[in-house]
Design a protein around this ligand. Structure first.
Ligand code: KG4
Ligand code: ZN
Length: 339
């Protein structure tokens, strides 16, 4: 089966072509540099950029894949959740494309695509290895734990009640004067820092439920900087602060994920979304899974951030298992809870 997918839910314009679970092309045009000047994503600018970048991304994807639109069996696009004007560009383009080609159209839930992205390795999906798992989806907009009992059968156990973990990385980095998006920069600086240098709260770590809360940690960093402004004036102080904040976020994510896996009696843990690029999270989740005899599948770094390949792979699985077709009269679903 040959499928093309479009992803424009936030600030990445992406078009991918997938054949029988294999990624033939995954063109991603990032807007990070544009939004960096404003310290965050500006929806109007994102929409304009999607309009500008979508056709070049589509041409690049088809050219790299070496296929023509007429060869496609189906077209997919992210239907939600996401920024409404951004979503509209890719979703309506996908609908128009499917209509012009007279092919089935599938609207995909962005989080569901992240959820199954750890099963893609080396450019191809491998669902033969699938086993029930606890999945951590952790990005700039969302942090959630999901029990995936079977392929395409999942239930959200908990989610953040306020800021997402990526938002916490970005906002605390901003307080330290680091450039947007702060997560990767904080990760880089933390690598030579001491994670035990400063004590920060581990929100909801001891609570038995699977929800998260990161806004209090952000406030703790704000007060810390108010009381100790000199810390970030030295390279060592800044690195230690980054490592200490990162340790607090990562410990909560890792321990709550392992606890959910134990409680739900699964043997596998997966993780996806932009924050899964974080080196401490990858390292500590791997160590915790080893200790608890759990298999770990981390989404590959290029597939952690937003991309259309994960949308196309999920659309293909859905076509094979459920045959879902999204009527062309449907609209975007800016708020679309997973499951
Ligand atoms: O999944 P994603 O590309 O977009 C959303 O759907 O939000 O995730 C972006 C988020 C940002 O908050 C970014 O700072 C964070 O992922 N991120 C990281 C790292 N790389 C990306 N956070 C911590 N460490 C990283 N290495
Ligand atoms: Zn995402």
């Amino acid at each position: 089966m040959l499928i093309a997918a479009i992803e424009t839910s936030c600030d990445e314009t992406s078009v991918a072509v997938v054949r029988d679970g294999k990624i033939l092309a995954n063109a991603v045009s990032s807007q990070i540099k544009l939004h960096a000047q404003y310290g965050g994503v500006v929806p109007e600018l994102a929409t304009r950029e999607h309009l500008r970048n979508l056709l070049p991304a589509a041409r690049e994807a088809f050219s790299r894949a070496g296929v023509a639109p007429a060869d496609l069996d189906a077209v997919a696009a992210t239907q939600g959740p996401g920024l409404p004007p951004s979503l509209m560009i890719g979703f309506q383009a996908g609908q128009a494309f499917a209509y012009a080609l007279q092919r089935p159209f599938i609207g995909i839930n962005h989080h569901e695509a992240h959820l199954y992205s750890p099963w893609i390795a080396g450019g191809a999906a491998d669902f033969t290895a699938f086993e029930p798992n606890i999945s951590l989806i952790v990005s700039g907009g969302h942090t959630m734990l999901v029990h995936v009992a079977g392929e395409l059968s999942h239930r959200v156990l908990g989610a953040t009640l306020d800021d997402a973990a990526g938002e916490c990385f970005d906002k605390t980095a901003k307080l330290m004067g680091l450039p947007y998006p702060g997560g990767p920069e904080l990760d880089r600086l933390a690598q030579l820092g001491n994670p035990g240098a400063f004590a920060f709260p581990r929100p909801m770590l001891k609570d038995a439920h699977d929800d998260f809360s990161f806004s209090g940690l952000k406030t703790a960093v704000r007060y810390f900087l108010r009381d100790h402004p000199a810390v970030i004036q030295t390279e060592k102080g800044l690195r230690d602060l980054c490592a200490s904040v990162q340790a607090a976020i990562v410990e909560v994510l890792v321990q709550k994920t392992i606890r959910a896996a134990r409680r739900c009696d699964v043997n596998c843990v997966t993780a996806s979304g932009g924050v899964t690029c974080n080196s401490a999270l990858r390292r500590d989740l791997a160590a915790a899974c080893r200790e608890n005899h759990l298999t770990l599948r981390l989404a590959e770094k290029t597939l952690c951030t937003d991309n259309a390949a994960m949308i196309a792979i999920l659309a293909e699985r859905k076509l094979l298992i459920q045959s879902p077709v999204t009527p062309l009269t449907e609209e975007i679903r800016a708020s679309w809870p997973l499951g």
